[in-house]
Write a protein that binds this ligand. Sequence first.
Ligand SMILES: Cc1ncc(COP(=O)(O)O)c(C=O)c1O
Length: 453
Amino acid sequence: MEKKFGQPKKINRLTIHNLLKKAFKHHWHPCSSAKTLEETPPVCVKRALGSYIEDMEGHLVIDGISSWWCKSLGHNHPRLKEALLQQANKFEHVIGTSTTHEAIIELSELLVTLNPGMGKVFYAGDGSSAVEIALKMSLYSRFNQGNTKKKGFLSLVNGYHGETCGALSVTQIDTFKRGYASLLFNGLPIENIPYVNTPQDPLWQDCQEHWDTIQDFLEKHHHKITALILEPIVQGAGNMRIYSQDFLRRLRIWTKEQDIHLIADEIMTGIGRTGKMFACEYAGITPDFMCLSKGLTSGWIPFSAVLTTNEIYNCISNKIGEDKVFCHSHTYSGNPLGAALALETLKIMKDDFAWDDFKEKTAYLLKSLQEVADETKTLSNVRGIGMIAAADIRLNLFSSDKMKSMIRLAYQNGALLRPLGKTLYWLPPLNIEKHTIEELKEITKRALLYAFK
Ligand SMILES: Cc1ncc(COP(=O)(O)O)c(C=O)c1O
């Protein structure tokens, strides 16, 4: 179903020039400097299908990063479009409290079924809000228990959890936090993480050598900690770093022993991205909270979910003899359009997704990036898991100007890429076709060779 657009109409260059001029006038693009936007103007999108985006001139580009990691089933998936239309024909939104509806009932049941050990699902609109909710729920459960000591949060160095104040406080990447110190609390960072390039690394199975020092650090702080938040297995914005499943497993055991909640931020890793439905499955663990968004609706609509256990729910909201409320009144909580899309996405992933074929394609993705590294000699530290492959530009070659020119060249040749600092990565839709990966490889290779040689 890839690349089946009709004949593009020729668009006058002047039309695009005028559109871009207008775009710069009032639209403030996220995470882009004015200089970068001027040097590499945004793609003027006409339509999108499967793994491809078509610009106003009829030029097709591969969405190499799934539009910020959310278009897991590609653009314009026919079953998702149908689910959206069917729900829109019934009703598009009703208040999330005082009402309920079929889509949210079925979705909540399916999410809990897919995550044995979980009992309740709370909904919000985006990933950062889901993280805020999980942090607040953890804290509020302590408050309800009269525990005034457990107030702090642990997170992993290089971890990213969003841009709102709580989420940013537990994010451990300085670039995002600069300038906001007075708004943030201090999330404590865990260092010395056992990173691996692939699950074949021995550290993946056994990280004892790192654990000893980490445990010393943890033991110093455990009494004041309410929760540890982490991205299980892959740290996305932290340069696509992959870490040992044994580390995740040990953290779960340790947090349980210390009565510390584990918040699994599966906003990027969840719903198949790493090769499992949820990345926590690699370590065989159940967290106390799981945050989902992005791939949950396959990027159709802002929609997020926080799963938690009945035990925590009872502690916050159902204390016997008391009328306790979790006061987080999100207007769009449980939005029916998002719920219908999430339900259909999960049904596709659970019942109709070609997992064997996917496994083969993920191996092909990583092999392709390794080939790019071998042939261009511009990349080091090639790594990957599931439908994620990443590598770093060799330090002696890197400059941000060269990287910008690489991005421009890739776009001109048909791929939309957005490296993280010196890290180049591919994170395409899960159902990308093999020939499109091949195309992505050739385009990336050419762009690297021109920009860095
Ligand atoms: C792991 C993780 N958590 C949270 C977020 C924040 O999600 P949103 O951008 O929808 O607020 C992101 C976004 O990239 C993410 O990757």
